[in-house]
Design a protein around this ligand. Sequence first.
Ligand code: HEC
Ligand code: HEC
Ligand code: HEC
Length: 343
Amino acid sequence: MPVQAAESPLSRYLGASSCASSSCHGGAGEKRDQVLTWEQRDVHRRAYSTLVTARSGQIARAAGLGKPETEARCTVCHAPFAQVAPALRVVPLDVTVGVSCESCHGPAESWLRSHTRPDFTRADRAAEGLAPLEDLYVRANTCVACHEQVEAGLRAAGHPELRFELDGQTRAEPRHWREPADRSGAQAWLVGQAVALRELEWHSGQTAGAKDDRLSERRDAVRWLLAHAAPAAGLPLLAAQPDELARAAAGKTWTAADTDALRTRLARTAGDFRNGVTSQVQQSCRADRLVLALDRLFAASDRALEKKLEPELTALFRLAQVPAEFSPAAFADALDRLVAAMK
Ligand code: HEC
Ligand code: HEC
Ligand code: HEC
């Protein structure tokens, strides 16, 4: 089951304006400018506006839906306030704000007053219902809900394919918080992939709805990736229970050696692309996820190395780009060149 980290049955929604006073998060200074960052730079603030564009209209028409801004199949991710049950609303909620504070931090009624208490620890706040997003496992659960899987019918209608990747997506969101300097991108990557696998397995188990032929390939691709990644990071391979793997990865004390082992292991997977057994479609799905992984694992941890390996990483990216033209043999050769360049 997908874990709904940001949902607490005890708490109701207050809307973004309740966070926005200038002495709280609506100020101008570094410590009070979260609302400003979100309003001016965060795409989540514009997620509803996306639904009223011509492109969204096309997607909705092709999928046989009505107006996207009133379709639950769109608002569930682009305007989550539309989905909040009447009983959970303290005030009328403005759906046009898109993905707002409470969509990630949890409905605020239960914690709004207490979360500023100077004697409150993070654990105290979490107990009141403020999602402890500093925990990579909780964070991954929050983001993955909207970022891994969009129905096959919507993809066929032109919706972009989604791929959850916690590290890159966390970095791409304009940051309205301070992150510990020693936080490893590789660790975030691993936690994110394990949570993505749990979601893909859960969706694969659902039999209702239109058949999604790419789903099993995408799931197997992430499973394959983790079958290499987990042991490299010294974690027991719990492929049957990706949720446990995600928790273990989030709780682990991560070292630079783990990052190194992880990327070395994933770079040395050329043999898997030469096995002559795995189908071309499956290989192309694996390559798609592997390229994103290598990009994160080199880029996130070591700028100098990233620069040095740029030609090899770019070559891999190009080879993985067009599924129909994917050549496992050429990709395997390019992986060998990456490994040679790493020395
Ligand atoms: C309630 C659903 C929802 C949640 C939760 C959510 N997002 Fe998003 N996110 C979206 C939607 C919808 C878009 C697309 C916005 C648009 O362009 O209209 C998006 C876009 C993004 C983008 C820009 C596009 C991309 O993929 O690079 C980033 C980065 C991002 N989200 C990161 C995150 C992170 C990190 C988290 C968790 C801390 C998160 N999101 C949680 C719905 C969500
Ligand atoms: C499972 C969550 C989810 C659902 C459901 C969903 N979207 Fe999205 N949508 C996203 C995310 C996340 C992105 C950002 C993808 C990226 O940039 O990689 C996005 C991107 C888009 C974009 C492209 C925005 C851009 O500027 O590139 C459009 C258009 C869009 N969605 C429209 C729709 C419509 C219309 C529906 C309903 C028919 C819908 N979405 C349903 C999560 C969702
Ligand atoms: C897409 C998800 C998302 C949305 C939307 C979002 N946040 Fe956050 N927020 C995060 C994440 C992730 C963190 C980092 C958690 C941590 O390390 O404590 C964070 C951290 C924070 C922090 C802690 C800052 C610090 O440095 O300790 C504050 C305050 C905050 N958010 C306020 C807001 C407010 C106010 C809004 C709405 C205007 C908002 N957030 C919207 C995901 C989100």
